[in-house]
Design a protein around this ligand. Sequence first.
Ligand SMILES: [Zn+2]
Ligand SMILES: [Zn+2]
Length: 319
Amino acid sequence: MVRFTVLASGSKGNSAVVSGGHTRILVDAGLSCRELFRRMKLAGEDPAALDAIVVTHEHQDHVNGLAVTARKLGIPVYFTESTHRAWMRWLAPRRQMTYAQWLEQCRRQAAERRAETDAPEEDAECEDPGCEVQTVQPAEPAPPASPKEDPTWLPAVEYFEAGRPFAIGDIAVSPFTIPHDAADPVGFVFASEGVRMAFATDLGYMAPNVKAQLKGVDLLLLEANHDLEMLRDGPYPWSVKQRVLSRVGHLSNDAAADFLASGYDGQAAYVILAHLSENNNLPELARVAAERALANRASLLANRLLLARQHEPLSPISF
Ligand SMILES: [Zn+2]
Ligand SMILES: [Zn+2]
């Protein structure tokens, strides 16, 4: 059976579970491990059954519980190489090392991963390491990394590239580049048992390659981040408003509706509006904009429209 469960969506954390055949994948781990497990159980998903975690990009709302969750379950994490690198910089900003030292650490970690057969236990909640940026400068040799002392240690790391589909067990994964201000951000189309599910949030705009990826999907999870007027009149500083509105920021209700009205093929049985801002949007505004867009195309009324939530999981969608 193919199943899609949104555990959380919004600027305070994003995560979903995709199941197909005998495989279960966690898409992003933006909540603490404990909260992810709590929500999985609420939604009837078994954390111990997860086979892998795939990561869209390194922003905190997508990776907050990543290391703890991967360690606890002893499962691999799939990143692009640039995202992995950016995540490590974010997690260990105070460790200063040269590029050569960093490469040496990666080699050592890879060797350790090969040598390790079982994953270490880690009970601590994920700590916010802060986000101060420090320049890389020659430093003393880095201390030997071990799973306990290295916050970037993972049981296994697998690299993928946008535009190159790969498989995790019974699920085919097609990562595609999205316009967003991260190192190498991606959206995904997951396919299993003939069902295709698209995951597209954190989009500055509906780029042509993204539109192309969202054709012929049975489930479409699409960002409807903000209402333009609420953002304009809202509490964010001007610089942040500019960032959200930019071509590498987030998709507005209107932009999502424009796509549903004119760029979308109407194939999905489910359209899920996602990554709604709690400060600059209201669920009803997002819903009305999308409903109006779909209503203008009578053929699309069979699409079920759902809104992903920040503070509770959606009921699993089964195919
Ligand atoms: Zn982001
Ligand atoms: Zn995000």
